[in-house]
Ligand binder design. Structure first.
Ligand code: SAH
Length: 222
């Protein structure tokens, strides 16, 4: 297996830092996780390309910049417990695990959940746990989370996720129509109430589940 660390340095220097991600911990984490391990063999040559890639089951691994930007927006501290909805390949969970105490990640497609859990264990990301479930219900029984990241776009923020957000916590999620541009939304839980911020336009695959979109049986957009 060739050492791709120079590809990672270049990815950060050319795609991520110039677009304004400045948090040194996030940039270091992006330089450390071997993205080529999270994509199918046919995509390995493109693992560090500046766009999403197919990971099977009609789903995608997000563009590197989007992963970094969401993680920076979540302001993850070393002691934080993170919940990710939409584990996909497990890549973003792996990067988040370098920033946080632990990551709980939920994926609704069984094949993806099993593959993500297997590779995270094989690569030694021992503070990540993957569950196969509808993540619009969050992580029942897990208490509250300092950070909730949603990697798929829903019509609104699922109520169970808001219920599992700790005081002072941050939730980052794309909200809007399926298959079109959505707004990346950050909710910050303050003593005065939840503050909503618009972080800009993004395009994500749909969040499908009880508090998301209906499963239309088709595959999701890239
Ligand atoms: N973070 C992933 C990319 C996620 S793509 C990575 O780093 O690879 C979005 C993922 O959300 C897809 O795998 C899709 O199956 C999943 N998803 C969609 N709706 C979901 C739901 N209700 N619960 C859990 N996962 C969901």
């Amino acid at each position: 297996m060739p050492d791709r660390s120079s590809d990672r340095q270049l990815m950060v220097a050319s795609q991520i830092a110039p677009r304004g991600v400045a948090d040194a911990r996030v940039l270091d984490a992006m330089r450390s996780v071997p993205r080529e391990e999270f994509v199918p063999p046919a995509q390995r040559a493109d693992a560090y390309a500046d766009h999403p890639l197919p990971i099977g089951s009609g789903q995608t691994i997000s563009q590197p910049y989007i992963v970094a930007m969401m993680l920076e927006a979540a302001e993850i501290a070393p002691e934080d417990r993170v919940l990710e909805i939409g584990a996909g390949s497990g890549y973003a969970a792996a990067v988040a695990s370098r920033l946080a105490a632990s990551v709980c990640a939920v994926e609704r497609i069984g094949d993806l959940a099993r593959a993500a859990a297997g590779r995270l264990a094989r690569l030694g990301y021992g503070n990540v746990e993957v569950r196969h479930d509808d993540g619009t219900g969050g992580w029942p029984g897990g208490g509250s989370f300092d950070v909730i990241l949603v990697a798929a776009a829903g019509p609104e923020i699922p109520a169970p996720l808001l219920a599992q957000l700790a005081p002072g916590g941050r939730l980052v999620m794309p909200v809007g129509p399926r298959g079109e541009a959505q707004r990346l939304t950050r909710i910050r839980r303050t003593p005065e109430g939840d503050r909503h911020e618009d972080l800009g336009a993004v395009v994500f695959v749909p969040l499908i589940g009880a508090a998301g979109y209906a499963d239309d049986g088709g595959s999701a957009p890239g």
